[in-house]
Write a protein that binds this ligand. Structure first.
Ligand SMILES: Nc1ncnc2c1ncn2[C@@H]1O[C@H](COP(=O)(O)OP(=O)(O)O)[C@@H](O)[C@H]1O
Ligand SMILES: [Mg+2]
Length: 264
């Protein structure tokens, strides 16, 4: 038994391209650099979280290994058996497969279908081996994302600072509010991503969020940084690609915000 208090945090926003996978991977990497033990769960059939740490061949091999998140959920198995090391100290991952595209369909006929992932995760969470379990969600709002939310203590909402970044946000908050009967997951905060200071959207961003009442907005913003895409091209966290590039420094400061608990 690890003796740690494990917090499960998921990254959701039904808008694709808002920075969920990028934030999950790089925040997790920085938490591990700060001495925390991190387990990633790749909840998206696009396998972007896995691709942040392994090259494409390895990701596809893992996807076909029969030891993925999908196998665990479909067979209601303990996720402990699906955990593999990433090669980075303090970071493990549960890989995904493209079969995740049919998970909503598979869950549909299961009893207590909102809580399958929570049950698969129970032993890992109770073991106290990890400080953080970080779950990357797909850009949807179906029963699978409800499973992810029911398995999490907190949700972080990455939002792209763009005119369309806010489109649908009210829906997202409504969706979370409507889940109050099935889960007590709480919103840890909104993270504004892909900020480009040559454009003015990011200034409006905080004002617009002010209209949603008491939603916490992280002090740290993540700016547009081309190093992110180069890092993803090499399947490494951005700080490994270029230690002090702007986004790496920002994800480090986001990790500090989280650890200090100023966020929640
Ligand atoms: N701060 C950033 N600067 C530049 N590009 C970024 C940044 N964050 C994300 N991206 C790019 O934006 C795209 C969408 O990001 P991603 O994390 O995959 O979003 P989501 O998981 O919400 O769909 C990716 O191609 C990624 O490389
Ligand atoms: Mg993604």
């Amino acid at each position: 038994m690890g003796g740690r208090k494990t917090e499960a945090i998921c990254f959701t926003n039904n808008k694709g391209g808002s920075g969920k996978s990028t934030t999950c991977a790089n925040l997790g990497y920085e938490l591990s650099r700060a001495g925390k033990k991190v387990l990633f769960i790749d909840g998206d059939m696009q396998l972007n979280l896995s691709l942040s740490f392994f090259d494409e061949d390895r990701v596809l091999t893992l996807a076909g290994s029969g030891r993925t998140l999908y196998d665990a959920v479909k067979q209601k198995r303990d996720l402990t058996d699906m955990i593999i090391p990433t090669g980075y100290e303090g970071i493990d991952i549960v890989p995904s497969t493209t079969l995740m595209s049919q998970v909503d369909y598979d869950l549909f006929t299961m009893m207590q279908r909102e809580y399958i992932l929570r049950k698969c995760l129970k032993n890992v969470k109770d073991s106290g081996v990890y400080d953080y379990i970080l779950i990357d969600a797909p850009p949807t709002l179906g029963i699978w994302v409800i499973n992810i939310l029911c398995a999490s203590d907190y949700v972080i909402l990455p939002i792209e600072a763009s005119p369309w970044g806010f489109f649908g946000l009210a829906n997202m908050f409504d969706f979370l509010n409507n889940l109050k009967d099935v889960t007590d997951v709480s919103i840890m905060g909104v993270l504004i991503t892909k900020v480009d200071e040559r454009k003015s959207y990011y200034k409006q961003t905080k004002d617009i969020l002010g209209n949603y009442g008491s939603i916490h907005v992280f002090d740290t913003f993540i700016h547009v940084d081309s190093a992110i895409e180069w890092a993803q091209d090499s399947s490494v966290p951005v700080a490994v690609y270029k230690k002090n590039t702007r986004s790496a420094v920002e994800y480090r400061s986001l990790a500090e915000e989280l650890i200090c608990g100023s966020a929640h």
